[in-house]
Design a binder for this molecule. Structure first.
Ligand SMILES: Cc1cc2nc3c(=O)[nH]c(=O)nc-3n(C[C@H](O)[C@H](O)[C@H](O)COP(=O)(O)O)c2cc1C
Length: 206
């Protein structure tokens, strides 16, 4: 069975999706020599009437994440747009359905990191990244940020935080990623792949 790091994201306008693909690129830069791939998955929208179900396969883009994708991963990069300083509800809704994994301890001892996109510079990137850590700590995952060893963390004029990669997308969410924002996404992917490789090579730490 292939070993993979899961990149699980929600994105309405596509900016968090761009980050997901860069993080996946970083994962494979570091991970492929070890046989570690990136698997990108998204989650469906949630409707005001929650009994309405989306088709199981989306019309375009990444497949919807299944619990099995999460259960079997060697590591996790979790991405969400910032919504009022918090993660977006479709991602939270998906995470709220992961109790069976929590009960079985399936994610314990696996590494995880977070990434987010905001419209504005001081619009709550860190609070969103911190909010995304809460469910992952309950799952017993090892949380990983970005160290200041990455020069882009000090030189960035827009996104990039020690809590995780971030992207300031502008009022119409169409500002291109800066070089620093891109480099930090790639670096976060590489760091996660390295950690996932090291941790899966040993006895699982509970
Ligand atoms: C309901 C809602 C709440 C938002 N809250 C914030 C916020 O608190 N801070 C901010 O800077 N941007 C906020 N935004 C802007 C988005 O975070 C931004 O457009 C982001 O790039 C969207 O990501 P996406 O392209 O992956 O959907 C909000 C957008 C929406 C729709």
């Amino acid at each position: 069975m292939s070993r993979y790091v899961l990149v699980l994201y929600y994105s309405k306008y596509g900016t968090t999706r761009q980050m997901a693909h860069l993080i996946a690129e970083g994962i494979e830069q570091e991970g492929l020599p070890y046989g570690l791939e990136a698997r990108i998955r998204t989650v469906p929208e949630i409707a005001p009437v929650t009994t309405v179900q989306a088709p199981s396969v989306p019309l375009e883009g990444e497949l919807y994440c299944e619990l099995e994708d999460l259960r079997q991963c060697a590591g996790l990069a979790l991405g969400s747009p910032t919504r009022f300083g918090n993660m977006a509800s479709p991602l939270k809704y998906f995470l709220d359905q992961t109790s069976s994994l929590w009960l079985a301890g399936d994610l314990q001892g696996k590494p995880a990191c977070m990434f987010t996109a905001t419209g504005t510079m001081h619009g709550g990137q860190e609070s969103t990244l911190l909010s995304m850590m809460n469910p992952l700590l309950h799952h017993g995952m090892f949380l990983m940020g970005l160290p200041y060893a990455h020069p882009a963390l000090s030189s960035t004029q827009r996104g990039g935080t020690p809590y995780g990669a971030s992207y300031v997308t502008g009022p119409s969410h169409d500002q291109p990623l800066t070089t620093e924002e891109k480099n930090l996404c790639l670096a976060q992917g590489r760091r996660l792949a390295k950690l996932a490789h090291i941790l899966t090579g040993h006895e699982r730490i509970q």
